[in-house]
Design a protein around this ligand. Structure first.
Ligand SMILES: Cc1ncc(COP(=O)(O)O)c(C=O)c1O
Length: 365
């Protein structure tokens, strides 16, 4: 089977460094929020180009905690996209706020900035753009649209190392949130997340919120939650951070090859606009022919494909209470009907790349 994503080759490639890092933690006797987390927070903040970063248990918590830190909750609205992973939206709902959707663009798959103004109401308290599949929302344009006082929380869960010009994704808004779920470009051996900000006050608040609201073991200042990053994960992520640029470069080379060699009558690829460096978190394109048949065809040849995302979030059972209906976000709906993800990960060997391309190109209706 050729998997859509295989995580073992990455472990094998960096095995020595990862094993050493794990061993270091095991013998330290300190397994949460200690040396490795502190060091990783500093190294990650430096990489992203921000002053502070706060390790958390996962990005869903990271997004919810960000809203909590900004004092956003019940009765407030947060603008986001219906074409994203469910946690973007569950995090907003978890905070008590109401997600308000704005449709995406047909070519970039990113939130349509031209439609944001019309979605802003008195209740809008933040905008949460998503750098989907590694493509980057122009946060500076978004800032011009929403004004200087509207908080922007970048969902950078899929965009470690993606850039707009020289600016790292996650560094341009008020807060950026990253996921270290194993399949992410910077992936843990389990769950993990990071919140980044340039704002010292938000940083202080997040540090309290992620650990019971504690200032020390005897004093609870505010009501927080438990969302810690493990030492073991931080130690592994420190190793992988040193290889992130090289892994993203490999992904870019594979994407380039797919784009130049896959049949153009079958695929319309995600458009990455001039000035953007995508980390190509996944290789998702619109399929121009019969997608169901293509998936069956690939399955028969033991090549896995995936669909991100089969159902836009305004059509999920869990969001029915928001009152949206089919037809409200036609572009997100049409993308859901068309998109397909091919086998894609940085260590994907040449022969396997060739096989995916050659089998795909032999597809006939
Ligand atoms: C766009 C987006 N937002 C949020 C998340 C949530 O990340 P986590 O699984 O670390 O909570 C993910 C990961 O699945 C994601 O892809």
């Amino acid at each position: 089977m050729i998997w859509r994503c295989d995580l073992v080759p990455q472990y094998e490639l960096y095995k020595k460094e990862i094993d050493e890092a794990m061993q270091r933690v095991l013998v330290s006797g300190r397994y949460t929020n200690a040396t490795e987390v502190n060091a990783f927070e500093k190294e990650f903040a430096k990489y992203i180009g921000v002053d502070f970063s706060v390790g958390v248990a996962n990005a869903t918590d990271g997004l919810t905690l960000s809203l909590m830190a900004l004092g956003i909750g019940k009765g407030d609205e947060v603008i986001t996209t219906p074409f994203t992973a469910i946690p973007t939206v569950s995090a907003i709902i978890d905070s008590g706020a109401t997600p308000v959707f704005v449709d995406v663009k047909e070519d970039t798959f990113l939130i349509d900035l031209d439609k944001i103004k019309a979605a802003i109401t008195q209740k809008t308290k933040a905008v949460m753009p998503v750098h989907l599949f590694g493509n980057v929302v122009d946060i500076f344009k978004l800032r011009e649209i929403v004004g200087k006082d509207m908080p922007i929380i970048e969902d950078a869960s899929q965009s470690h190392g993606s850039k707009l010009g020289e600016h790292q994704s996650g560094s341009m808004g008020d807060i950026g949130v990253f996921s270290f779920y194993p399949t992410k470009n910077l992936g843990a051996i389990g769950d993990g997340g990071m919140i980044v900000t340039k704002n010292a006050e938000i940083n202080e608040k997040l540090r309290l919120l992620r650990m019971y609201g504690m200032t020390d073991y005897n004093h609870i200042k505010i009501n927080g939650i438990n969302s810690r990053l493990d030492e073991l994960q931080a130690a592994i992520l420190r190793v992988k951070l040193t290889h992130l640029d090289e892994m993203n470069h490999k992904r870019n080379l594979i994407a380039k090859k797919y784009i130049s060699q896959l049949r153009t009558d079958l695929f319309e690829h995600q458009v990455i606009e001039e000035g953007i460096y995508s980390n190509y978190h996944v290789f998702v394109s619109k399929f121009k022919s019969d997608r169901k048949k293509f998936i069956e065809y690939m399955d028969e040849r033991k090549i896995q494909t995936n669909i991100y995302y089969l159902m836009p979030l305004h059509m999920q059972e869990a969001t029915r209470f928001l009152g949206y209906k089919k037809g409200d976000f036609p572009i997100a709906e049409s993308l859901s009907d068309k998109v397909i993800a091919l086998t894609f990960y940085p260590e994907l060997q040449n022969e396997l790349q060739e096989e995916v391309i050659s089998v795909t190109n032999k597809f006939m209706l």
